[in-house]
Structure formats: structure tokens, C-alpha cells
Write a protein that binds this ligand. Structure first.
Ligand code: 5AD
Ligand code: SF4
Length: 343
């Protein structure tokens, strides 16, 4: 097993069976995490990229069975932040907090048309930041328009590579269409961010192996991996949820196979354990996304319960993140934190 980890660290390739064997064996976890940490250091260094996250609308037309923002959840108060306020939040993050990337995230909210978004993108780009969108499935033309307006990256998780499971958990959605969307991001000149949930009912070790191989095949620039955390207002409320250990293992193996990409220590990991993000940063992660949304909105952006950043202000979120980084002996990276040179 240790030989397999070594091979992955040197050659950045493992086959399905090898991945499954490593995912199944919990005795090797320590070595796996340490090796992913070494590979991270070797390829992307000790700098941690910060991305300021603005959750600007919690309206969503989809009905994913795991997500608190799903259309049929009538227990949440829906909000949209207006364009000027979104811009002000971005400005605060860029000018006062010195963040070099802004991430605009929302449910699939048709209120924000391509035209509105492009206007917002242009305004935010005037702040000299990189801009990431995380707003769901759109047409190739729309992705192209965002790129032309100045967007640099896009996050669209595949959620799971098990097609049947995807169909079960994302009613009305189409797995192939989602893969097309992810490919279109790259064709449109955007950096591709994708990722999966870990611990959805029905996911198997084999699924995670396929997930990791998918990341490589799609040529991802960023991969976000989060444990599934059951939300009380969803059909999956009684499910058992994912474990931090499995999420970290999938993440560490992803680092071994895609050594130079950007990998965030996700908020969902921090929600499962107080030091979840620190553990992730020591097992392959090199990015943190501090939440810069106004406190009043945060409690309504509840993808899953207990989201660790809920009660904080933007400045408090940043401070907490910086303390973690300092405690690790790492530092905040300078620069925009691109994986590829901009096309
Ligand atoms: N637990 C953890 N992550 C979730 N997401 C949605 N619902 C949950 C949940 N219950 C994740 C999805 C989505 C991202 C924005 O949030 O993977 O892509
Ligand atoms: Fe909407 Fe995304 Fe939640 Fe699915 S995971 S319901 S697309 S916000």
C-alpha cells in the first residue's frame, strides 16, 4: 500500500483498482495525507490562496435532494442581494481585505440574466481581481459572454460520477448535460472548477475512484470536495451523511493525481470538525474561500445545517482564516492564483 502511495506521488497516476484499494484501507491514511501534503508543497508551495465568497442569491430552480436551497424547501427565506450591494461587498473584499479573487455564488436564479451578470462582472473586474462564478448550468453562449465580460473561472461540481445516483438525487437534471456544461466552461476559456459530494446515500468506494479519474479526464483546474451533511428540510434529512475522513481521502488522492491544481479546504469539512479545514490544508489543500457575504444573509444560505461561517461578519471570517494559516506556518499567497495562464 505504501508503495502505491509512493507511485502515485511520483507518477501521478493510479488505476481504478489501486484507487479503490487505497480508499478502502484506513491504516494508510496518515501516510496518504502526509504524501499529499508533500506533493502540494512541491507543486504549488506553501502559499494559500484566499477567495472571497459572495453568496448573492439563494433562489434556485433546481430541486437537488441533498440541498437546503432546493426549490421545494419552503422553510427558508429567499433573498437576492442587489447589484450595487454585491459590488460594495466585492469592493470591501478587494480593497480593504486585499483578496485577489472574488467568487460570486448563487442557486440557479434566472433573475440574474446574462446581461445583468455581465454588467456586474465588468464592474467587479475594475477592482483588479480574478473573478470566479458559481451559478449553475448555462448555455455555452452565456459562459462565453461571462468570459468576454471578464470572468476567469467557474465552479460547477459534477456532484457524483455515478449517473444513476445523480439522477436519483438531482431530479429533473441530466448527468450528460452537466458534463457538457463542464466541458463548455473550458471551451469558453474559463478555468474549470468541479468536484463532488462525499457520503451521499448510495455512493460507494468505487464511485469515489471514478470521481477522481473523472477529474483527471476533464482536465480540471480546481477541485472542491465536501462531505455531504444532511439538511433537516430536505428528503435526505435522515441520511447518515459523509465522514470527514473519506472526504479528506478523496481530496488527498486528487492532489496526488492532479498535483498542480487548486484545491480548497471546504467549509463543509470545517462544519464536521472544528479543525477540518486545517486537516485539509495538511492533506493537499491550498485554497480557502472566506465568506464575505453580509451576516444578515448568511443564515439563509444554508446548503446544509451548521455551516461554520454563519454567524460571522466578513472581517471576522477573514481573521479566523488568517489565524489558521499562521498557526500552520503557511502564508497568504500573493497573486491571483490561476492554474493556467489566462487564454
Ligand atoms: N452538504 C454538503 N454540501 C452540499 N452542497 C449542497 N448541499 C449540500 C449538503 N447538504 C454542495 C453541492 C454544491 C455546493 C455549492 O454545495 O456540492 O455544488
Ligand atoms: Fe440549487 Fe445548487 Fe442547491 Fe442544487 S445544489 S438545489 S442547484 S443551490
Amino acid at each position: 500500500m505504501y508503495r502505491l502511495i509512493q507511485k502515485a506521488a511520483e507518477q501521478h497516476s493510479l488505476n481504478r483498482e489501486e484507487l479503490i484499494a487505497l480508499l478502502r484501507n484506513d491504516e494508510i491514511n496518515r501516510r496518504l495525507f502526509e504524501t499529499a501534503d508533500e506533493v502540494r508543497k512541491q507543486y504549488v508551495g506553501d502559499g494559500i490562496h484566499l477567495r472571497g465568497l459572495i453568496e448573492f442569491s439563494n433562489f434556485c430552480r433546481n430541486n437537488c435532494r441533498y440541498c437546503g436551497l432546493r426549490r421545494d424547501n419552503f422553510n427558508i427565506e429567499r433573498y437576492r442581494i442587489d447589484e450595487d450591494t454585491i459590488f460594495k461587498l466585492a469592493e470591501h473584499a478587494a480593497v480593504n481585505m486585499k483578496l485577489r479573487t472574488i467568487v460570486l455564488q448563487s442557486g440557479e436564479d434566472l433573475h440574474f440574466s446574462a446581461e445583468k451578470l455581465c454588467r456586474l462582472i465588468r464592474r467587479i473586474k475594475s477592482l483588479d481581481v480574478a473573478l470566479t462564478l458559481s451559478i449553475g448550468e448555462k448555455s455555452f453562449e452565456e459562459y462565453r459572454a461571462y468570459r468576454e465580460a471578464g470572468a476567469d473561472r467557474f465552479l460547477l461540481r459534477i456532484e457524483t460520477t455515478d449517473k444513476q445516483l445523480y439522477l436519483d438525487h438531482d431530479p429533473g437534471m441530466d448527468w450528460e448535460q452537466r458534463v457538457d456544461c463542464i466541458r463548455n466552461l473550458g471551451r469558453a476559456g474559463l478555468e474549470i472548477g468541479t468536484g463532488v459530494l462525499v457520503g451521499l446515500p448510495g455512493q460507494k468506494t468505487e464511485t469515489y475512484a471514478d470521481d477522481i479519474l473523472f477529474f483527471k479526464q476533464i482536465n480540471a483546474d480546481m477541485i472542491g470536495i465536501g462531505p455531504f451533511i444532511p439538511h433537516p428540510d430536505t428528503p435526505l434529512k435522515t441520511a447518515s451523511g459523509g465522514t470527514l475522513t473519506m472526504a479528506l481521502k478523496v481530496m488527498a488522492l486528487t492532489r496526488l493525481l492532479l498535483p498542480d491544481i487548486n484545491i480548497p479546504a471546504t467549509t463543509a469539512m470545517e462544519t464536521l470538525a472544528e479543525n477540518g479545514q486545517v486537516m485539509a490544508l495538511k492533506a493537499g489543500a491550498n485554497v480557502i474561500m472566506p465568506n464575505v457575504t453580509l451576516t444578515q444573509y448568511r443564515k439563509h444560505y444554508e446548503l446544509y445545517p451548521g455551516k461554520s461561517t454563519t454567524g460571522y461578519t466578513p472581517d471576522e471570517s477573514l481573521k479566523a482564516v488568517k489565524e489558521k494559516i499562521a498557526a500552520l506556518g503557511r502564508f497568504v499567497a500573493e497573486g491571483y492564483g490561476f492554474h493556467r495562464q489566462k487564454i
